[in-house]
Ligand binder design. Structure first.
Ligand code: AMP
Length: 395
């Protein structure tokens, strides 16, 4: 089954064409800056090709990509009829979608309703769905939600301590995000360790530009650090993560800030960018830390501290932890930050094997064999997981 995996942003489309169940990635692309100066980076049969032009919207961009897919030189298909299905990343599935779902009018209505609480993501995801319906009208579309894997949380984990009526009226509660990644990484970790996930307590730290931690018991999420939106939890590239909610009212009064300005500040100007004043990219922050620069040092110390704090509290929630699994851009790539975290996990019986830590983007156990819990890296693979969910659902 050839599956088009699609991750649509407001002005971008990331794709992979994957043959399942053998998981053969036939082609992948990135379409950036849809609307103006669009760039398509396409990797096909004979390598990479880059195309530029003004592509007005997602449907026009998708048409261009499909032309590339059947192009005699750069393509990988003889005909578009060979595409059997599309799997879409959809960020917010609310309480409605506890699993991946076939997209029909009802599902689209629900995804659309959730735009109100995921205004940065769900509208873009819908644009991707509409583009496929427009250009490939005969194939089934499957939505794979970032929130679904976390829907096993109990109310004790997902309720905020604010008047209950806001949950009843607006479904204000914690949802959690990056679920596709947390699912893939936890199941893969159990597989690598040769254990049944049902017998394991796992903490997954997905730390990239966005970042979240989850506590997974027997393959089911019991708690996760992101909440009503992807703003809660860890210190991120530009997002604040946890803070005293009273700060919002305080700064609005002191600085005469509007709701939109405070929202922008917390989502786009905070995190390590906000503390360092230099960059949201952990490579720059790490370099500054190594060079002993004050603001970068502070930013990285706060960043690591928060991760360790969550590992500690989730160990308590899980009543013990068998494995801490590190994934996503920062933790797949940075030996330095992995070591900073590992050095604070002695209380969990974890000792880093430094001879194993010097690598990027590999599946690897990095704790010593004597460690009481395993510390390991499992690179995430959301595209594979979307293809697998699509395949499993249609099969
Ligand atoms: P992601 O959001 O998972 O794609 O992760 C992207 C982020 O990973 C970048 O913005 C960087 O902050 C971080 N990153 C990537 N490579 C490295 C590296 N070698 N060292 C530290 N951080 C990295």
């Amino acid at each position: 089954m050839k599956i088009l995996v699609l991750n649509a942003g407001s002005s971008s489309l990331k794709y992979q064409l994957i043959s399942m169940p053998e998981w053969d990635v036939l082609s992948k692309w990135l379409v950036d800056k849809i609307g103006k100066w669009t760039v398509i980076k396409h990797v096909g049969k004979i390598g990479k090709v880059e195309i530029q032009g003004d592509l007005e919207n997602h449907s026009i961009a998708l048409k261009k990509v499909l032309e590339l897919l059947v192009d005699p030189t750069h393509g990988v298909l003889n005909s578009l009829e060979e595409i059997d299905a599309a799997g879409h990343r959809v960020v917010h599935g609310g309480e409605e979608f506890v699993n991946s779902a076939r997209i029909d009018d009802y599902a689209k209505t629900k995804i659309n309703e959730l735009c109100e609480i995921a205004p940065l993501h769900n509208p873009a995801n819908l644009m991707g769905i509409n583009a496929v319906e427009d250009v490939l009208p005969n194939i089934p579309n499957i939505a794979v939600f970032d929130t679904s894997f976390h829907q096993t949380m109990e109310p004790s984990a997902y309720m905020y301590s604010i008047p209950y009526k806001y949950y009843e009226k607006y479904k204000v509660r914690r949802y959690g995000f990056h679920g596709t990644s947390h699912k893939y990484v936890s199941y893969r970790a159990a597989e690598i360790l040769g254990k049944d996930i049902k017998d394991m307590n796992i903490i997954v730290c997905h730390v990239g530009n966005g970042a979240s931690v989850s506590a997974i018991k027997g393959g089911k999420v019991v708690d996760t650090s992101m909440g009503f939106t992807p703003l809660e939890g860890l210190t991120m590239g530009t997002r604040s993560g946890d803070l005293d909610p009273a700060i919002v009212a305080f700064l609005m009064r002191k600085e005469n800030m509007t709701i939109d300005e405070i929202d922008h500040m917390l989502n786009k100007q905070s995190g390590v960018l906000g503390i360092s004043g230099v960059s949201s990219d952990m490579r720059d922050i790490e370099d500054g830390h190594i060079a002993g620069k004050t603001q970068e040092t502070l930013a990285l110390d706060v960043y690591v501290n928060k991760i360790v704090k969550y590992i500690g509290s989730y160990t308590a929630i899980l009543n013990g932890c068998d494995a801490v699994v590190l994934t996503a851009g920062t933790l797949e790539n940075s030996a330095y930050i992995r070591k900073m975290i590992a050095d604070k996990l002695g209380w969990l019986g974890i000792t880093l094997d430094e001879s194993k830590n010097d690598f990027r983007w590999e599946e690897r156990i990095i704790s010593t064999p004597e460690s009481k819990a395993v510390l390991m890296v499992v690179p995430t693979n959301e595209e594979y997981m979307i293809a697998k969910e699509t395949y499993d659902l249609l099969k």
